[in-house]
Ligand binder design. Sequence first.
Ligand code: ADP
Ligand code: MG
Length: 240
Amino acid sequence: MSALQIKQLNKHYQLDAIRVPALIDINLDIQPQRFTVLSGPSGSGKTTLLNLIGCIDKPDSGEIIIAGQNTKALSDDALADFRSRHIGFIFQNFNLLPVLNAFENVEYPLILAKMPAAQRKSRVMTLLDAVGLSDKARNRPGQLSGGQRQRVAIARALATEPQWVLADEPTANLDSQTGAAIIELMRQMQRDLQVSFVFSSHDPQVLAAADDAIFIRDGRLISRAQSTAPTTTKTLELAA
Ligand SMILES: Nc1ncnc2c1ncn2[C@@H]1O[C@H](COP(=O)(O)OP(=O)(O)O)[C@@H](O)[C@H]1O
Ligand SMILES: [Mg+2]
């Protein structure tokens, strides 16, 4: 699996007559199969960077190479297809579909990926079991706690076995105990499935769990702290 490479990335927003720089000359390599945290104060550019990495938005200039693909080379349609196959998202507000139950929320990306029904069912049950929610499969988001909703969102993000999982402040709307359990779960899933996680957070609990912490401020990269822990081996195979 290849590193995520970010080269000379720039992005601004236009607010009426005001040009708001959000990311300035970001150069960054992120190693695969690790737990990487983007940290920085509110407004520093974390969400903007994750949205660019995740192909949700496009940069003004610069390049992103993810899962071996230079995203600049893809048309909008090809980008959407690439994203659905290689990148999973976990959001601060969970972003679950309220009319679907936990099972159906996790199943949704697999339907889009045209996986046959029997295979889908087994994959969804394996994932719900892995996040500790097999007994809540029929509950809708409104019938789940915040921590349980985020567990469903984690299962959904992992459903298509993406190489990269991006999470934008995944514990910000959770109390610290629930947040700690969610971090532990994501850490476990990262090890078991050998996916590459990139988070944004200013939660000290998330930073403490990171293999690699990247600090940004005012749209610029300011420092980095990497551990040298070896990558682990894949132990959990999703049912095919
Ligand atoms: N849609 C937008 N329109 C205008 N400015 C924006 C928009 N989104 C973000 N910004 C600005 O871009 C900068 C970076 O924002 P953001 O990436 O959301 O930071 P963070 O996630 O670290 O809080 C901030 O100055 C923010 O106000
Ligand atoms: Mg943000």
